[in-house]
Design a protein around this ligand. Structure first.
Ligand SMILES: [Zn+2]
Length: 92
């Protein structure tokens, strides 16, 4: 069975491959909260749909601030917006 996770923006449960993982590193790690394209980075994960709506609403709703209970650097949202553009370009 494919594991499912809940999107932090729309709260829909989806199969992991349909979601983007955002990871909050362990306290000892040097990297910031970031998109985990490898799905292998250590830390606490939060998931967001690979959909334009959710990617756009993430910033508006401060979805990751809420999920990680801390401030999130704006670079993360910029990266998500870049990803959104890429997704749009890849659409058939
Ligand atoms: Zn969603």
């Amino acid at each position: 069975m494919i594991p499912t996770r809940r999107c932090v923006v729309c709260f829909a449960k989806k199969a992991k491959p349909d979601l983007i993982r955002i990871v909050k590193p362990p306290k000892t790690a040097q990297f910031a909260i970031t998109i985990d394209t490898s799905n292998k980075k250590q830390g606490r994960g939060a998931y967001i749909c690979k959909s334009q709506t959710c990617l756009q609403n993430a910033r508006k709703k401060k979805a990751f601030e809420r999920s990680f209970k801390q401030s999130v650097q704006s670079e993360l949202y910029v990266a998500l917006e870049t990803l959104e553009t890429e997704l749009l370009l890849n659409e058939p």
